[in-house]
Design a protein around this ligand. Structure first.
Ligand code: SF4
Length: 296
């Protein structure tokens, strides 16, 4: 069977406008996209007034990983998952751990939802519990995540999303029935860091966390700490307070130490800084973990 062209899949959430323009409604950027142009995430293109997905079925990375590397510590601990990712991201973090993958447009392999679900099912006897959508930003891979999660139900696979949480409420609610567990990255508790350094917004991310928790799905939070950027004691206290008050003190929090990456070149975050943050957070939370993330 011939593979369909990679940009044939029409986007699920957008509004056609006059003069062949479209408004993408998938994430809070709500990009206004002119004919022939792509959105901020570079994963959606306007062709003749219709919005198409460019990264649909493109697999840029695939690995069988232990759950704690996602990180999900309190969800099938000791088991593993088949992690997959594609290009495209709707934030622009200067310290991105996956910046090469995110920018790797059109590289990798095309594997359709039935094919990738079949591969994951074959790994069940090697400790795999399902599929984790990670590495790049799975919000920008929305249609593929949805189709694959539906397909994987045939094999009783778990579906996991590791995300920056920058998604509009309507698409999130439509996706929730198909995803079993989320790890959401709260990168800072400051609006200014989100708007300048990350090109996102804090309120949208916090709302995503509340919507997921309200749905009853498993939720864990990650926060990468970068010395002197987001390690202020007040900020750590604000993060712990948000989780305790709005999500529940049982929700796990993972502090990841920054290692030099992407365009940012700062000293690695010391273990002392991570431990200090963990000590502050454990005053409010039951499950706080520290590590140096996937690239350690
Ligand atoms: S998903 Fe991409 S194109 Fe759509 S609004 Fe967000 S950044 Fe823009």
């Amino acid at each position: 069977m011939d593979k369909q062209p990679r940009n044939r899949k029409e986007a699920s959430f957008y509004k056609p406008l006059a003069k062949a323009r479209v408004r993408c409604l998938l994430c809070p950027h709500k990009c206004l996209i002119h004919d022939g142009e792509v959105g901020f995430c570079r994963s959606r293109i306007n062709k003749n007034g219709k919005l198409y997905v460019l990264n649909y079925a493109w697999i840029s990375a695939l690995a069988l990983e232990p759950m704690e590397r996602l990180p999900l510590k309190n969800f099938y601990d000791g088991m593993g998952t088949m992690s997959i990712g594609s290009f495209g991201c709707n934030m622009a973090c200067s310290y991105c751990e996956n910046h090469q993958l995110v920018a790797s447009h059109g590289t990798g392999r095309v594997l359709y939802p039935d094919e990738i679900a079949n591969i994951a099912a074959h790994l069940l006897d090697r400790g795999n519990i399902g599929i984790a959508y990670t590495y790049g930003e799975p919000v920008t891979w929305y249609e593929y995540v949805m189709d694959t999660a539906k397909e994987s139900q045939k094999y009783d696979l778990k579906n996991i999303m590791v995300s920056n949480g920058f998604i509009n409420k309507e698409p999130l609610i439509k996706l929730l029935p198909y995803i079993d567990a989320f790890n959401i990255d709260i990168k800072s508790m400051r609006d200014d860091m989100y708007s300048t350094m990350l090109k996102g917004d804090l309120a949208s991310v916090l709302n995503t966390c509340k919507t997921i928790k309200g749905s009853g799905k498993h939720l864990e939070i990650t926060s990468m700490l970068i010395t002197d950027i987001n390690t202020n004691e007040n900020e750590i206290e604000a993060l712990a307070a948000f989780i305790a008050d709005e999500l529940g003190k049982e929700v796990p929090l993972h502090f990841w130490g920054y290692l030099p990456n992407g365009k940012l070149s700062l000293p690695p975050t010391s273990f002392y800084v991570l431990e200090k943050a963990a000590n502050i957070a454990t005053r409010r939370l039951d499950n706080v973990y520290v590590s140096y993330g996937k690239n350690a």
